[in-house]
Design a binder for this molecule. Structure first.
Ligand code: DX5
Ligand code: ZN
Length: 258
């Protein structure tokens, strides 16, 4: 993977991860190439099993099929239960990051280790009502933390405002971990991210924003995928430059992805 940021320039205010849940599945290769060309930082890949969540989507075969079409990392969000059996399959299929919901794994620490042992970034996903305490005893095994800002299962839902407070709390925990010598941990937000709220989301401490319907539903007249992602980056940068709280700057400046 080659998304290191060797440039001496400051890291961007936010990384964008379009969710292909809202893409045209009949043209998935074209769609992922188009978002990469338009500046996406990750492909967000939503896996739903009709058990952990009431919807059914895509699996390792589809991950393997899109892998040759893009260079950017594939960020696999597992909404499945149980979790572990799918990890080697997704790693083999070319996933770079694998996140899962801790309630869906019998042994959270073991699952995190399993993901890393397959060479992928590992992360926990927190539903709106899931407490952040799940991360307390596994901080050293986290490469990313994903806060759901909607209940998982469907694209196109409205952002839950209480996520902003939870984001600040997660940012604080991550910054405290780094301040005491811990490894960087990316903070990602997923659900209802739009042009009109991404500023607040980044200001609350997010490093990576998933956006499904906002990106894939972007009208051609507004510049399509490139137009909306460019506007989202500008809104994020404007909000970021007005935020001078040290706690929100620390880990956002870390280099994401190897
Ligand atoms: C929901 C998924 C999200 C979703 C985001 O369970 O995890 O990734 O596709 O879609 P939007 O941005 O439309 O809320
Ligand atoms: Zn997702």
């Amino acid at each position: 993977m080659s998304r290191a940021n060797p440039s001496p320039l400051p890291a961007p205010a936010v990384r964008l991860a379009p969710s292909i849940l809202s893409a045209d599945f009949a043209r998935l290769g074209d769609e992922v190439r188009a978002i990469e060309a338009a500046g996406a930082d990750f492909v967000h890949f939503d896996v739903m099993d009709n058990h952990y969540v009431p919807n059914l989507t895509i699996g390792p075969l589809v991950c393997e099929a899109i892998r040759p079409h893009v260079q950017i990392p594939i960020d696999v969000h597992l909404m499945v239960e149980p979790v572990d059996a799918l990890i080697p399959l997704f790693a083999k299929a070319g996933a770079n990051c694998i996140t899962f919901h801790p309630e869906a794994s019998r042994h959270v620490d073991r699952t995190l280790q399993l993901i890393r042992s397959h060479g992928c970034k590992a992360g926990l996903v927190f539903n709106p009502a899931t407490p952040l305490a799940w991360m307390d005893h596994v901080m050293d095994k986290l490469d990313m933390v994903l806060l759901m800002s909607v209940n998982p299962g469907f694209g196109g839902q409205a952002f839950i405002p209480a996520t902003l407070h939870k984001l600040r709390e997660a940012r604080h925990r991550i910054d405290a971990h780094i301040a005491t010598g811990g490894q960087p941990i990316w903070l990602e937000v997923d659900g209802g991210v739009k042009l009109d709220n991404i500023g607040q989301i980044v200001q609350a401490g997010a490093d990576i924003c998933v956006a499904g319907s906002a990106v894939f539903g972007a009208p051609d007249a507004g510049g399509g995928y490139h137009g909306v992602m460019h506007a989202m980056r500008q809104a994020a940068a404007a909000a970021d430059s007005t935020d001078f709280q040290p706690s929100s700057l620390t880990s956002r400046r870390t280099t994401p992805c190897h």
